[in-house]
Design a protein around this ligand. Structure first.
Ligand code: IPM
Ligand code: MG
Length: 358
């Protein structure tokens, strides 16, 4: 079969890590007899530089003509928050999520065996293992609520961001979490702030209703502050963690850090139709862009998720993951995951080694 993949190379280290990933995808194609057609899609700061806005007209349509979207990274200080919204890369990221209705963001955080030493937590904690899946709601909540800034008489300027959630939005992300848990260790931890927020109380009541429909899955409520603490105290207790957009943004960075490197973790954003979008969870790292220093593994593992979820080719996904694990087990390290004294290789060499392992 021929697959059409939209490539959003983006900004900073984005183009370099996407390059290496494309080589790995092509190698998988050779091995298993698939072909790939790549459609370059301009989005992010690079789009602002070329056409004056970060989310050019027709972007969503172009992506929808593909089976899946692979994104490197977007953003950078050059297009900071002092720039008009239509020039900022973040605006484009939110727009594509919304336009493709990618309401479920899956962020697996697992400690890879060869890198247990990179875990910043206590040795006993690392030895207990970390293997959790963050399921973050991605198209609702405070990220998409009404924003206002206005002058008051006595308090100067004032600003508000509205956090809204409907039952429909909570139910569909909840179902994704329970379905994912059934494929894993069958536990869902739903994270909210129900002791303060009305949206969280609604969230919790919908989750409780769903939990009854999935009696084979263990369910618990966790308050978000407690979750932040449990993630560093005993992360092994979590299997699937489901939460709203902003809590998920914050907790997924924390979850990634405890696995040793944000440079290792992939993500998938999906809705009920095609295409889904795959991207590393790290940013564009402008400080090391173009220097052959970035770790391409998170993007390569995002491609593995693409094979698993969008193409339903689990054997191909397994081969990519095994190729990454072998590279790590053989001791190959990019700078972000190297311990003092370990030999460091660059982006291209890491890509090459993983490609050879396929
Ligand atoms: C992420 C990022 C984005 C988000 C930013 C860049 C808008 O932090 O994907 O986690 O907050 O969703
Ligand atoms: Mg984030």
């Amino acid at each position: 079969m021929n697959y059409r993949i939209a490539l959003i190379r983006g900004d900073g280290i984005g183009p370099e890590i996407v390059n290496e990933t494309v080589k790995v995808i092509d190698k998988v194609g050779e091995k298993f007899g698939h072909t790939f057609e790549y459609i370059d899609v301009l989005l992010g700061g690079c789009a602002t530089d070329t056409v004056g806005k970060s989310y050019p007209d027709g972007t969503a349509e172009l992506c929808k003509s593909c089976h899946a979207v692979l994104l490197g990274a977007v953003g950078g200080p050059k297009w900071g928050s002092n720039k008009p919204a239509e020039q900022r890369p973040e605006t484009a990221l939110l727009a594509i999520r919304k336009d493709l209705e990618l309401y479920a963001n899956l962020r697996p955080a697992a400690l890879r065996p060869a890198l247990a030493a990179a875990c910043p937590l206590k040795k006993e904690t690392a030895e207990g293992g970390i293997d959790l899946l963050m399921v973050r709601e991605l198209t609702g909540g405070i990220y998409f609520g009404k924003r206002e800034k206005y002058q008051t008489e006595e308090r100067g300027l004032e600003a508000t961001d509205l956090m809204a959630y409907s039952e429909m939005e909570i139910e569909r992300i909840g179902r994704k979490a329970f379905e994912m848990a059934r494929l894993r260790r069958k536990k869902v931890s739903s994270v909210d702030k129900a002791n303060v927020l009305e949206t969280s109380r609604l969230w919790r009541s919908v989750m409780h209703r769903l939990a009854k429909e999935y009696p084979d899955v263990d369910y618990e409520d966790v308050l978000v502050d407690n979750c932040a603490m449990q993630l560093v105290r005993d992360p092994g207790q979590f299997d699937v963690v489901v939460t709203e957009n902003m809590f998920g943004d914050i907790l997924s960075d924390e979850a990634s850090m405890i696995t040793g490197s944000i440079g290792l973790l992939p993500s998938a954003s999906m809705g009920d139709g095609a295409p889904a979008l795959y991207e590393p969870i790290h940013g564009s790292a402008p400080d090391i862009a173009g220097q052959d220093r970035a770790n391409p593994i998170a993007t390569i593992l995002s491609a593995a998720m693409m094979f698993r979820y969008s193409f339903q080719l689990p054997a191909e996904a397994d081969v990519i993951e095994a190729a990454v694990d072998k590279a790590l087990a053989d001791g190959w390290r990019t700078a972000d995951i190297a311990k003092a004294g370990e030999r460091v290789i660059g982006t291209r060499q890491m890509g090459q080694i993983i490609q050879e392992n396929i």
